[in-house]
Design a protein around this ligand. Structure first.
Ligand code: GLU
Length: 287
């Protein structure tokens, strides 16, 4: 390459993604999140990717994937490039787990859910208890034939002062330690949500992660994993969650209709998307 590149700032093309888990039907909250990620990219001439987070083979269903694709098309959202399936990328995640094992940053954990619940300080309603560290440092040599997951040893992770950026919160000091020793590879799957999402956002060159504020705390873990695996850090845009008139988060369990139900009864998806944009749609997301 010739010429003086030094004075020309390189503008990185914007890439966002929507990353649903096909464990059920999408609801309005998903639509809201997908629209925000889509609009963010499109308004900047960027790319919008669709990634199916289906590492949980016991709960993921192909019919939910079909429904997700139909729902997005109904909302008027089109994605760029092929749809990525995490279930096809397990070798990549397993390789990262091996690298973390070699550096003794993960340890095997044999605890059951009941063990963890019994040993944990009460967790806030609806959230997973923070793992109390029962298996950390224990001799597992005779037990490796037993079912076990792999957990990140937060105390051993040489993180240093890490920061990440959120469009609303500004610069955030990374505090992964508070999340406890999170699961990196599950008992039944050679990866976890935290690991797969971090690797994929990097390998898909995602520049801006647009997702609900319910995943704000998880970002501390993702930022630490980026540091440990030498991956780039995207910008984050954690948006408020859609709530109903009662202030409760809109989710299936509250009886909100699924997108598929609205589509099947003949509602206009593009009009719904525009209503979301015009209503709560313009609050919160800053460039
Ligand atoms: N797959 C996750 C979910 O459906 C979202 C992951 C993410 O946006 O980082 O909740």
């Amino acid at each position: 390459m010739t010429g003086d590149m030094g004075s020309t700032p390189v503008r990185q093309a914007i890439v966002t993604r929507f990353a649903p888990s096909p464990t059920g039907r999408l609801h309005l909250g998903h639509a809201w999140s997908a629209i925000r990620a889509y609009d963010f990219a499109r308004a900047r001439g960027g790319r919008f990717l669709l990634r199916i987070e289906d590492i949980d083979t016991t709960r993921s269903r192909p019919e939910h994937v079909e429904t997700i694709l139909a729902d997005l098309a109904w909302l008027g959202l089109s994605w760029d490039g092929p749809v990525i399936f995490q279930s096809e990328r397990m070798a990549l995640y397993a390789d990262a787990v091996e690298r973390l094992k070699a550096r003794r940053l993960v340890y095997p954990c044999f605890c059951t859910r009941a063990d963890i619940a019994a040993a944990s300080v009460a967790a806030p309603h609806g959230s997973e208890p923070v793992y109390p560290g029962t298996c950390r440092g224990s001799d597992a040599s005779g037990r490796m034939g037993e079912p076990h997951c792999w957990r990140l040893d937060m105390a051993a992770a040489p993180s240093g002062p890490l920061v990440w950026h959120d469009a609303t919160a500004g610069q955030v000091a990374c505090d992964a330690f508070a999340q406890g020793d999170v699961v990196i590879a599950r008992k039944d799957v050679a990866a976890s949500y935290h690991l797969a999402v971090t690797i994929d956002d990097a390998s898909q060159d995602v520049t801006d992660v647009v997702r609900g504020v319910d995943l704000f705390a998880a970002t501390h873990v993702h930022r630490l994993l980026q540091a440990l695996l030498c991956l780039p850090t995207p910008r984050y845009h954690h948006h408020p969650l859609l709530t109903g008139a009662d202030g409760e988060r809109l989710a299936k369990r509250h009886g909100a209709p699924t997108l598929a139900a609205m589509r099947e009864r003949g509602d206009d998806g593009r009009a719904l998307a525009d209503r979301l944009r015009a209503g709560i749609g313009n609050r919160g997301l800053r460039s």
